[in-house]
Design a protein around this ligand. Structure first.
Ligand SMILES: [Fe+2]
Length: 300
């Protein structure tokens, strides 16, 4: 199958108000008032009807990622391929497909326990996108929402799955120690791309899966100033800054990380590279960053 992009994510929340304030006052997303109700909030980053769906629930966590296929033919082909791989697929209802603003929808699990959705035929919103903050635009066109980084102890199985079943390619493979102790075994991280120039759409890290279901999601803007402004807004709104500014080694992204009301982090960056995959060789990064990116977790 050929995955075009990560189109949207679904988040479960006990407190929709906190997400509404966070999306508006910190991230700069646009609420889709036509779709949102007391059970679901939908936030836009561009002409897509939404990129973030926050659904009222019993937990605060990342729930699902929605990946885009070209058309019905690609959808039927993906169904066949998943069945050939012996993967149990749920064909989702018309109601759920319509809630996601797509023609048809199916879901399945990856070996790390992540719920994935595949679809085709997503509608666009005819109302012009306008950020709730001073963000010219999010860098999404042809690239999808951004990226997702999972933590799993089944990292090899997950990597094989994204390579063989999802047909993602290896952008970068990183081996690193999370502590300064040289006796600590190294952890491996796989950064993988789908059929668009974003350096990685999914990455998996050899680490226990966090209770929030996700290590981080990433969104990208156009300028350094917009990154720093977002950091200022996070500080003003008492949002925990999980990492200082830094420049990543593999995708060259300049970013900071902050906590979301979902218990996972949001990386907010600019200047990510967009490789030409036909002329690319997988890189092996010895460290996450050229400079910066000092992580500090919130005190329990
Ligand atoms: Fe990232």
């Amino acid at each position: 199958m050929k995955i075009k992009s990560l189109s949207y994510i679904l988040i479960e929340s006990t407190n929709l108000e906190s997400w509404e304030a966070y999306a508006r006052d910190v991230v700069g997303l646009m609420k889709n008032n036509d779709l949102s109700d007391e059970k679901n909030l939908f936030f836009r980053m561009d002409e897509s009807p939404f990129r973030f769906q926050v659904q009222k629930g019993d937990n605060d966590r990342y729930a699902r990622g929605g990946f885009e296929l070209e058309n019905k033919e690609a959808f039927e082909e993906a169904k066949k391929e998943l069945s050939n791989f012996g993967i149990e697929v749920a064909i989702e209802s018309k109601e759920l497909a319509s809630l996601r603003c797509v023609e048809e929808l199916l879901s399945f699990d990856d070996p790390a326990g992540n719920k994935l959705e595949l679809f085709y035929g997503r509608s666009t919103d005819t109302n012009k996108f306008k950020s709730s903050q001073d963000i010219s635009k999010f860098v999404t066109h042809g690239l999808g929402l951004g990226h997702l980084v999972f933590g799993t102890l089944e990292v090899e199985a997950a990597h094989d799955f994204y390579k063989e079943v999802m047909n993602f390619g290896d952008s970068d493979i990183m081996r690193m120690r999370f502590s300064p102790d040289p006796n600590d075994p190294e952890s491996v991280l796989y950064f993988m791309h789908c059929d668009n120039p974003r350096h990685h759409t999914v990455a998996m890290m050899q680490a226990p899966t966090p209770p929030s279901g996700l290590v981080h999601a990433m969104v990208e803007v156009e300028t350094a100033e917009q990154v720093v402004d977002a950091m200022d807004r996070a500080i003003e709104n008492n949002i925990h800054i999980s990492s200082t500014l830094g420049r990543h080694m593999n995708d060259n992204m300049v970013s900071f990380y902050m906590m979301t009301p979902g218990g996972f982090m949001l990386e907010f960056g600019y200047d990510g590279i967009q490789p030409d995959w036909d002329n690319y060789e997988t890189t092996y990064s010895p460290a996450p960053s050229h400079w910066g990116h000092e992580f500090k977790m919130p005190e329990a």
